[in-house]
Design a protein around this ligand. Structure first.
Ligand SMILES: C[S@@+](CC[C@H](N)C(=O)[O-])C[C@H]1O[C@@H](n2cnc3c(N)ncnc32)[C@H](O)[C@@H]1O
Length: 278
């Protein structure tokens, strides 16, 4: 379905030109203006009619428009005040279905802002993308309030998120994204789709929480994988030395301590955290 704005809007590029908005490298700004592509991205979470979406970094609002056209209500956090007048026009045109919060997304808890189940959809700023992603994956209670994450990353980061054990891309991000969620690459986006084009290709990752995840302390799993993959070339008995009881726990569950982190499956990391936490 497509929901038209109550008041007509100028085409995106025109609106950006009228506001004299140019991309800032320091803020990780690479804008998307192709409205067909943006509609395809907004369709990735499924039917958004009446759903609430939390968006980080709306910038000039291309993706925001597509989400609103898809029938979503949007809460968007933007750090660049130069974008606020444009986003204000968008909020007026869609009669209050868009709430814009000026500030740093790292300082805002979407759970508290939303107050009901929601989706997160964002073309993330590269400088804070992985920090936000791991934060959204770490709540103690599960399933979380978010129903899905649809996030644009540099392709190399997206590959790490979905990587299988034993591959060179497999690491902490893979374990954190996969132990109680399913993560897949939903779309690859060529660098030429952005203004200005970034140096590297991008990809959109779609993540859905698992219904019945293993019960493990997420903070402990996070710490173990941080240590393990922090020295990924080292044997586990060396890299996990700083975590009290970890080397003994490896032996208890039959993981050879001479193995390296990248050979340890997601299920084995979970088993290790559970043994250590019990
Ligand atoms: C890659 S651009 C995407 C812009 C727009 N969503 C699009 O797809 O064209 C990233 C956006 O995030 C904003 N941003 C950067 N750091 C941020 C932060 N810490 N909190 C909120 N927004 C941030 C930038 O100002 C920029 O608008």
């Amino acid at each position: 379905m497509t929901v038209a704005p109550a008041r007509p809007l100028p085409p995106l590029r025109e609106a950006v030109r009228a506001h004299g908005l140019s991309a800032s490298k320091a803020l990780g700004q690479n804008f998307l203006f192709d409205e067909q592509l943006l509609d395809r991205i907004a369709a990735l979470p499924g039917n958004l009619d009446g759903e609430l979406v939390f968006e980080v970094g709306p910038g000039p609002g291309g993706l925001t428009r597509a989400l609103l056209r898809a029938g979503a209500e949007v809460i968007a956090v933007e750090r660049d005040d130069r974008c606020l007048p444009l986003l204000g026009e968008l909020s007026d045109a869609f009669e209050g279905r868009l709430r814009v919060i000026a500030g740093d997304a790292m300082a805002h808890d979407p759970e508290a802002l939303a107050g009901r189940p929601y989706h997160i959809v964002a073309n993330l700023p590269y400088n804070v993308g992985t920090a936000l992603f791991t934060r959204w994956l770490e709540p103690r209670a599960w399933p979380p309030q978010w129903r899905s994450l649809t996030l644009m990353f540099q392709q190399e980061v997206a590959e790490r998120i979905v990587a299988a054990v034993g591959t060179s891309a497999y690491g902490r991000l893979s374990v954190l994204a996969q132990w109680r969620s399913s993560a897949r690459i939903a779309m690859r986006v060529h660098r030429s789709a952005f203004t200005p084009p970034p140096k590297v290709m991008s990809a959109i990752v779609h993540v859905v929480p698992a219904e019945q995840p293993p019960s493990v302390d997420p903070a402990l799993l996070s710490r173990l994988t941080e240590k393990g993959f922090g020295q990924r070339r080292k044997m586990l008995r060396q890299s996990l030395k700083g975590v009290p009881g970890a080397v003994e726990a490896l032996e208890t569950i039959g993981i050879d301590p001479t193995r390296r982190a990248e050979t340890v499956s997601v299920a084995e990391w979970v088993a290790l955290a559970r043994t250590l936490g019990s």
